[in-house]
Design a protein. Structure first.
Length: 139
């Protein structure tokens, strides 16, 4: 038994592996990236997730809004715009019965896609995008 104890104490000690740095405050670059994700999450509606255009930005905003004011502001802007687009889409869907609804739905889809991409690009650079036709629901 004494031999086993001697072998254990004689073993060279290895330094512990370096620990990753503690999570500190969010950097501006990370905030810009998450702000961009607030806008890009709206594209979930384009891949077939029901109300994904609202649920996507809502999830990102709820998870990250307290970490940086830029993320909070971009999330609110994305949500307000997507809720507005959903309302406009419902109105356009009702107008299908008088044929103009088909054209309005196509135009709304293109309009939504273009402005989501523009807002995402601006947010990645730290700039804000003022969405046109956006109704302020969340202040």
């Amino acid at each position: 038994m004494a031999e086993n104890n001697e072998n254990l104490s004689a073993a060279p000690s290895t330094p512990p592996a370096a620990l990753p740095p503690a999570a500190g405050p969010m950097t501006e670059k990370n905030a810009f990236t998450w702000g961009m994700f607030c806008h890009l999450a709206a594209l979930a509606g384009f891949i077939g997730i029901p109300f994904g255009n609202i649920i996507g930005p809502l999830v990102v905003w709820l998870i990250k809004k307290d970490e940086h004011p830029f993320i909070e502001q971009q999330g609110r802007a994305a949500l307000n715009f997507q809720i507005s687009m959903a309302i406009y889409g419902i109105v356009a869907a009702l107008l299908i019965f008088i044929v103009i609804g088909f054209l309005l739905l196509i135009a709304l889809g293109i309009f939504d896609l273009i402005f989501v991409i523009m807002a995402s690009i601006k947010a990645s650079k730290g700039e804000t995008q003022k969405y046109p036709l956006s109704i302020t629901f969340i202040k």
